[in-house]
Design a protein around this ligand. Structure first.
Ligand code: ADP
Ligand code: MG
Length: 684
């Protein structure tokens, strides 16, 4: 029988008995904030306390449960001496030791000459068994509470098993009985479990350890569905009716004719896809994916020309000042011989200029505004905004995407550009709310980057090569990996490398690391762009999108710390100009088979999409870092490799089978996975 009310589980944990401010703070450290988070906090193992051992059978160092008679209590009046409770059964004796426990409390739980159940880790000291600070002490009528398999949760300072159990059992043993959103038939057909049974199993058996167990698969399926539902709802909200844009591609055709190169087939195809969206009576919500340098920005600028021809304004937002400035320079070049007026706005624009821009935006004189987040300030009022383009959007979540779309207004089309290739299985869970365009070809003239690898201890062999590059006026990126999740350690390793290289090439080296201020960072990047320095040492904090036409070598240290896709993106920073690009991967000794495979893939392919797929497959061998760093944290339980079939099933389920049914039955599910707020569900 479920004792909890359905919506009770969405209350704060301190609604539970025994949870006060202090404990709830500890729980919050474990991301347990609402009662439902306890449901989702699965045990990672079990402690077997089920067997009652006789004292002559005890195994030292193991957690065991005993049934003994309390014979004597000893409370020494000397500081630092522990309290000692002497117990025995028919077969032997044991001492229970307490440091810092009150006498009154111990006398209460150890009544003299009574039988008690004790569970804890057994030690052997001065020829005698003892248990120090046992996990459980209880009377025999409570034997069943202790002598059993007890789930083991990953806990934090301030909470022990016993305490957490008092809290978690209030929830897991009194789950609300819910009406399952999956039909019995569906559950059976797909070898899942119903929700209530699955959750019970996960907390009271070892099934939570096995990510292929029925109950675990059920929670995985739920998680994926919650994610897909959110995206699908988001899409419905954004893809509303709008005024279609009318244009004849007059500007666009002129611009294309004047380009010093031919657009690739991919670029033309994507342009067509965008134009169809612009002309349609539904809002566009599309993402262009393509490797760095594949020509996304040009495509977006040409489509903006169409929007401007249709008498609407456009906004192009980049993630940083420098990147947005580069877009601005490119736009000025492209729109040079047209009447299109382009302006640039960032947090740094001086106030007089800014006022001028604001008025130009308001009266419609400015057709295209390029800049940073500053574009979306409240005081910026477009006369008739029709198109928002956002570059390198992979830092935005669904919620932010949705907010951005709303800001543009109801006639505003939205286009995102991303250089992060994503494997197929993850595409759906990341961008299921958007239409997808892919630029799969590179501009014809671009040469494939030569990728080499070397063990780090042969770094000496590198210096003459680097010297030659510097003398020829080439520029070099030197990437030091994230060693720890600590900015300080990253900094110290990058700093040491900087010192070393700076000694060899004095005054020609710059250092960028995570703890620099944005402005300091940008200044160093500028001095690299203007060739004041030749070598840029950094942790991975430089934006991938910036064009450094003169950089042709990138050295990546400890390269096996990065995911393949990340390495591919990093090397995409070089070879953008006319010179051959090169990438040198440095490795510590002793590469695993897996690492060797990875290098081979990188050396042989320059297709970001292919590399992303391979990356995901190989990741199965235990190399998670790359993915975590690239921010793919959409899921707590689901794993795109292990649960690939469930991703496919969920896709079918959400987008086909269940399209026409009553969506409100999912409200509980969406709240469970914190999605409700994103799609504004208040009650269920
Ligand atoms: P992305 O935004 O995908 O990183 P950009 O649009 O910034 O790529 O293009 C990178 C560089 O390649 C720019 O200097 C651009 O002018 C050039 N470029 C774009 N498309 C082509 C093409 N089809 N042929 C040759 N060069 C191109
Ligand atoms: Mg770009």
């Amino acid at each position: 029988m479920g004792l909890l009310k359905k919506n009770f589980i969405f209350q704060d944990v301190n609604e539970l008995k025994g949870v006060g401010t202090k404990l709830s703070r500890y729980l919050k450290n474990k991301k347990i904030e609402k009662i439902k988070d306890i449901i989702l906090h699965l045990p990672y193992s079990e402690t077997d306390r089920s067997k009652i051992s006789e004292l002559n059978q005890l195994e030292i160092g193991k957690i065991q449960t005993i049934k003994v008679i309390v014979k004597k209590l000893n409370f020494p009046r000397i500081r630092n001496l522990p309290n000692r409770i002497m117990c025995e059964d028919d077969t032997g004796k044991i001492d229970i030791i307490y440091f810092n426990s009150r006498e009154g409390y111990l006398r209460k739980i150890f009544p003299l000459n009574e039988t008690v159940i004790i569970s804890g880790k057994v030690n052997f000291f001065r020829n005698k068994y003892q248990i120090t600070n046992p996990d459980y002490v209880t009377t025999i009528d409570n034997q069943e509470y202790v002598a059993k398999n007890i789930p083991k949760y990953n806990l934090t300072k301030g909470i022990n098993e016993k305490k957490y159990r008092q809290i978690s059992e209030q929830v897991t043993q009194n789950l609300p009985v819910i009406e399952d959103w999956l039909s019995e038939k569906f559950i059976k057909q797909n070898n899942l479990l119903n929700w209530n049974d699955a959750i019970k199993k996960l907390h009271n058996s070892d099934e939570s350890k096995n990510n292929k167990s029925k109950s675990f698969r059920r929670i995985v399926f739920d998680e994926i569905c919650a994610n897909f539902l959110t995206l699908s709802e988001n899409r419905k909200r954004i893809k509303k009716e709008k005024k279609n844009k009318v244009f004849n591609e007059i500007y666009a055709k002129r611009i294309i004719k004047q380009l010093p190169f031919q657009l690739t087939k991919s670029q033309k195809k994507v342009l067509d896809e965008i134009n169809i969206d612009l002309k349609s009576k539904e809002r566009m919500f599309r993402i262009i994916q393509g490797d760095v340098g594949s020509g996304k920005t040009i495509v977006s600028l040409i489509s903006m020309a169409n929007v401007i021809e249709a008498k609407y304004q456009c906004a192009l937002m980049g993630p940083t000042e420098i990147l947005s400035l580069q877009h601005y320079e490119l736009a000025k070049k492209i729109f040079k011989n047209s009447s299109i007026k382009v302006e640039f706005l960032s947090g740094k624009t001086d106030p007089i200029k800014k006022r001028e821009i604001l008025s130009g935006i308001k009266n419609g004189e400015i057709n295209l505004l390029i800049g940073t987040h500053a574009l979306f300030q409240k005081k910026i009022n477009f006369k008739k905004l029709g198109f928002v383009v956002i570059d390198e959007q992979h830092k935005f979540g669904v919620k932010q995407r949705s907010e951005l779309a709303q800001k543009g207004g109801s006639n505003c089309d939205v286009l995102l550009m991303s250089a992060t290739p994503i494997p197929r299985t993850m595409m759906m869970s990341n961008y299921g709310d958007m239409d997808i365009s892919k630029i799969t070809e590179k501009p014809a003239h671009r040469k494939k980057i030569i990728t080499l690898s070397k063990p780090e201890k042969k770094i000496q062999e590198l210096w003459p090569f680097i010297k030659k590059q510097v003398n020829e006026g080439n520029q070099i990126f030197w990437v030091c990996p994230l060693i720890e999740e600590s900015q300080f350690l990253d900094f110290s390793s990058a700093k040491r490398k900087f010192d070393l290289i700076n000694k060899k090439f004095p005054n020609l080296v710059g250092l960028i690391h995570g703890s620099l201020k944005k402005e300091e960072k940008e200044n160093i990047i500028k001095s690299f762009l203007t060739k004041k320095i030749s070598i840029l040492v950094s942790t991975t904090v430089i934006e991938v999108g910036i064009d450094f036409p003169n950089a042709n070598l990138i050295v990546i240290e400890n390269a096996n710390k990065f995911g393949l896709s990340q390495l591919h993106q990093l090397r995409g920073r070089v070879g953008r100009g006319t010179k051959q690009g090169m990438c040198m991967l440095l490795f510590k000794e002793g590469l695993s088979k897996n690492a060797v495979k990875r290098i081979k893939i990188l050396k042989n392919s320059d297709d970001g999409f292919y590399i992303a797929e391979e990356d995901l497959k190989l990741r199965g061998f235990g190399d998670l870092t790359g993915y975590q760093q690239s921010g793919n944290k959409n899921f707590k339980f689901a794993d795109p490799i292990i649960h690939e079939d469930l991703f496919k099933l969920a896709e079918k389920y959400i987008y086909q089978t269940d399209k026409y049914s009553d969506q409100s039955k999912y409200n509980f599910l969406l709240k469970l996975f914190d999605k409700a707020e994103i799609i504004n569900i208040k009650e269920f």
